[in-house]
Design a protein around this ligand. Structure first.
Ligand SMILES: [Zn+2]
Ligand SMILES: [Zn+2]
Length: 155
């Protein structure tokens, strides 16, 4: 699935989201600039913006100096594309960051600052790996996947 080109309503506050083009990644992302400051990422976009060295200057420039409304981050969100309930998922053990994810289309919603928190939480790949391991503890299935990866790396 490629970029969703329609304007969507923010799943947290219902405001029409604005599109910002990230040149380096060649993707359009949706930001709730006139509402809560949340960020919508289509399927697979997250991998392009989740690390500190991935340049998201246009996104930061758009958010810079704006004030945003507060929203209840624990409320259930409905996917603006599929109209289905989204699922809350931890994306980090260290920072306790919990995002909303749509299992139908793969879309993800980050409340204000959550993406930035996620990007800045690791100083090194070792820390990232340790955190992945920590998260894996929460689920046997993830633990299995992790062990498989370790085995592959050892070969
Ligand atoms: Zn919003
Ligand atoms: Zn969806």
């Amino acid at each position: 699935m490629t970029d969703n080109l329609n304007f969507i309503k923010c799943p947290a506050c219902g405001t029409l989201m604005k599109k910002v083009f990230l040149e380096n990644q060649n993707i359009l992302i949706d930001i709730c600039l006139d509402g809560c400051g949340g960020i919508w990422l289509d399927n697979r976009e997250l991998a392009k913006v989740d690390e500190k060295d991935e340049d998201i200057t246009p996104l930061n420039e758009a958010l810079n100096g704006k004030t945003f409304i507060n929203v209840d981050t624990t409320a259930e969100r409905i996917c603006p594309i599929c109209n289905k309930p989204m699922v809350k998922n931890h994306v980090s053990a260290k920072q306790d960051i919990c995002i909303d994810e749509c299992y139908h289309c793969g879309g993800k919603f980050f409340d204000r600052n959550e993406l930035e928190l996620m990007r800045n939480q690791y100083d090194s790949d070792e820390q990232r790996l340790a955190d992945v391991k920590e998260l894996a503890k929460h689920s046997e299935k993830l633990e299995q996947i992790f062990q498989e990866l370790l085995k592959k790396e050892a070969l």
